[in-house]
Ligand binder design. Sequence first.
Ligand SMILES: Nc1nc2c(ncn2[C@@H]2O[C@H](COP(=O)(O)OP(=O)(O)OP(=O)(O)O)[C@@H](O)[C@H]2O)c(=O)[nH]1
Ligand SMILES: [Mg+2]
Ligand SMILES: [Zn+2]
Length: 355
Amino acid sequence: MKQKDKKKQRPRQAERLKNVQMPDLDALDDVREKAEYKTRRTAEKQHQKNKRTTLLIPGRILEVKSNYCYLVEAGDKLYEATLSGRLKQFSYSSKALSAVGDRVELDISGDPHFRIENILPRANTLSRYAEGNFQKEIILAANIDQVIITASWRQPLIKPGLIDRYICIAALQNTFPVIVVNKIDLCEDRGELQETIGYYRDSGYVALCTSVVSGEGMEELREVLKGKDSVFSGQSGTGKSSLINWLEPGLELRTAEVSDYNDKGKHTTTQAILLPWSFGGHLLDTPGIKTVNLHREAKAEIPRVFPGFADLAPNCRFRDCTHTHEDDCAVLEALEADKIPIGRYESYLRIMESL
Ligand SMILES: Nc1nc2c(ncn2[C@@H]2O[C@H](COP(=O)(O)OP(=O)(O)OP(=O)(O)O)[C@@H](O)[C@H]2O)c(=O)[nH]1
Ligand SMILES: [Mg+2]
Ligand SMILES: [Zn+2]
């Protein structure tokens, strides 16, 4: 083939590939429904041809209602939308193509048929890992700004070890942790409280003390939530629902309503939904987050993301220091100098051992 002809062919190929936005290269090997695929491609091409104009507006997936039916928020409106044929094709092979929280481009030209034309890259994903040997990743939501780590001072008793664990999980999922110590009305000794949360504040975390009984700290909490997308996580009974209902009495927690079964009676992963706060931002409502666990591969990251360790770890002699037996370890030195409470260090060891 002449050099000239080769050149001619290249742009054509490039153009064909441009229509194939692959989120997952493995999917290329997995063209299961070939005939269906072709039909859909033809229909899609036809649609493209017939389409005079598209009118794309930026939106956000709040809810996955059923197969390819999405609730999309755009501006101050809600739209029920389907995926474009092109996107549908890829969600067959890659289930995780679309998630609650995804930022999308919505075509509103075909009113009342709204279509998601593009899914934009994610800032982060909140995942859970299935039990068992393979620890399959289950994506709960995308683009969530912060995790409100909810503990209660008493009933149930505050467990800093659990707060540590949640902070590590938040860090590994690229989302921002905020500590809320609720039921502060049950606290008689503020000195003890300060001792417990001081370490986190000194390490740079935001830690609020709240009570739905006295109202203490509640407006501060609202300020933290305003304009951001948050998920509340924490032990059962710490008051997550109570906090949410105090802030937004109309915002019924729909967790219980979300069915564990799809219409064929088959058990499915319970879906998360995003609920808009009246004061701006969203609440991610997901029952799954309560049992959020660490992936085994996270073990290598814990020495850097454990609360208070991020600034110390770079000063250790070894880059992969586990802060246990190594020489010239900045964390062990800080422990020696009482800059890290022994309780926190023991909690670190417990997390490491659990992985
Ligand atoms: N004293 C006191 N009790 C509270 C406070 N907040 C919540 N409670 C009580 O704590 C109990 C549990 O509150 P929930 O809001 O149901 O806790 P939750 O975190 O949503 O629990 P799960 O849904 O099981 O995860 C309820 O009896 C609340 O009335 C508080 O600030 N002070
Ligand atoms: Mg609840
Ligand atoms: Zn170290």
